[in-house]
Design a protein around this ligand. Structure first.
Ligand SMILES: Cc1ncc(COP(=O)(O)O)c(C=O)c1O
Length: 425
């Protein structure tokens, strides 16, 4: 299609009638589709059903002899930490394995930092002026919700295609009120970006104004590849150590989108000092994690090869869904000048930038024909996208045919919203 942004008013009005008719046809189909949240589909969850019978009666001892049915092992089962050590990029003794949610770990680390401070703090964060986090945008709404919940100020930096804009980050982080930064280094939510080696190196070596500045390194999609290429990123723990900032990164990961989203294992990895800090706090809130769940993960995934084989099975289910989204956007919107979209090689989302000022209208148009999309603005702090431009599409959960229908519908809504705006201007 030709660039819509260059059409004359008369041509625009003709096109508007045509796209409105398509929209009405679509609405008449009475669809009920949901592309709001990045959840695994039932078929993905089925891949891990064998977990439900593990470890089985009589299999409850750790290799070192601990009885996993009992309290204890606050740092988690060593063999579970060993299984994920390579993926996390940390030795077994620098990892804590715990219960089902890495988001809960991030939440706890922030609360503890606010109340107690972290290694290197001269005071708890809550007793310092306007504790602030750097938030690359678009980003993950639940990260921003934690900051909002606890009154942490958020300053945004744009993503560039290979991670956050590092010139902007380096300038912001010199301010001592900046205590933290959200990072999703691989297949970032929602842009799918992979941080380049240079980005990771600069994050590790930059000069921070706050001596207790932390990178919240949420590696949620470490093994969630959508192509045969298993992308690797630079090791933030090693690079920070070499740059003399060993305590800078808090690394998080989980098996939520590897095995069962509600019943996985989560991980925290960091320097020796940070790990001691974490365990001292964690030991007040629990006597130990669910080690039987950790054991069943070890029995089920077995080793690194088993983990990759399992993720290949996810990929086989997910790839056609992502292809359906990209194909619909390519065929309806390429060359129109009213949208651009990502082509992720991993992770759970496609991010679409529509004509400025039309994202909310697109979500509204979609809702009216029975398609629920993530609210416009959700990928920005406080839900406010200043350019009303970014849409996050989550194709993993619905069945493939629904994803096809929804993607076609989204493309029509994007077109219609853009044409209506251009006609009015
Ligand atoms: C970037 C990111 N981090 C964390 C999570 C949640 O992880 P968990 O299930 O381990 O709490 C998600 C879920 O969508 C996510 O996208």
């Amino acid at each position: 299609m030709n660039k819509i942004t260059e059409l004359k008013q008369e041509e625009l009005r003709t096109l508007r009638n045509q796209v409105r008719a398509e929209y009405e046809d679509f609405r008449a189909r009475g669809l009920a589709l949901d592309m709001t949240r990045g959840k695994p589909s039932p078929e993905q969850l089925d891949l891990a059903n064998d977990l439900l019978a593990l470890p089985g009666r009589g299999d409850y001892f750790a290799e070192a002899g601990d009885d996993n049915r009992n309290y204890g092992l606050l740092q988690g089962l060593p063999e579970a930490r060993g299984l994920f050590s390579k993926t996390i990029g940390a030795p077994v003794d620098r990892i804590a394995a715990t219960d089902n949610s890495s988001l809960a770990l991030m939440h706890d680390c922030i609360v503890w930092a606010l109340l107690k401070g972290v290694p290197g703090s001269t005071a708890p964060w809550s007793q310092t002026p306007t504790p602030t986090f750097i938030c690359p945008v678009p980003g993950y709404d639940r990260h921003f919700a934690i900051c909002e919940e606890f009154g942490i100020r958020m300053v945004t930096v744009p993503m560039t295609g290979h991670g956050p804009d590092m010139d902007a980050v380096e300038s912001l982080v010199a301010d001592p009120t900046v205590k933290g930064m959200w990072c999703m280094p691989k297949y970032s939510n929602p842009t799918g970006e992979i941080y380049s080696d240079e980005t990771v190196q600069r994050l590790a070596s930059m000069r921070a104004g706050a001596p207790d500045f932390r990178l919240f390194w949420d590696n949620a999609y470490a093994v969630h590849h959508l192509t045969e290429r298993r992308h690797e990123i630079a090791n933030i723990l090693d690079l920070c150590e070499s740059a003399n900032h060993p305590d800078r990164p808090f690394v998080f990961a989980s098996t939520s989108k590897v095995t069962l989203a509600g019943a996985g294992v989560s991980f925290f990895a960091s320097s020796a000092a940070n790990l001691r800090w974490y365990l001292a706090r964690a030991g007040k809130r629990t006597i130990g994690p669910d080690k039987l769940n950790q054991l069943r993960h070890v029995r089920f995934l077995k080793n690194q090869e088993g983990l990759h084989r399992h993720m290949d099975a996810h990929r086989a289910l997910l790839r056609p869904k992502f292809e359906a989204v990209i194909t619909a956007l390519d065929s309806r919107l390429a060359g129109t000048g009213v949208a651009r979209w990502t082509r992720p090689e991993g992770g759970y989302f496609v991010s679409v930038d529509v004509l400025e000022g039309t994202a909310k209208t697109v979500v509204d148009l979609a809702r009216k024909f029975g398609l629920a999309l993530t609210p416009a603005g959700a990928t920005w702090p406080y839900g406010r996208d200043p350019q009303d431009r970014t849409l996050r599409l989550a194709p993993t959960f619905p069945p493939l045919q629904d994803v096809r229908d929804a993607s076609e519908g989204i493309a029509i809504c994007i077109l219609l919203a853009a044409i209506e705006k251009l006609c009015a201007s």
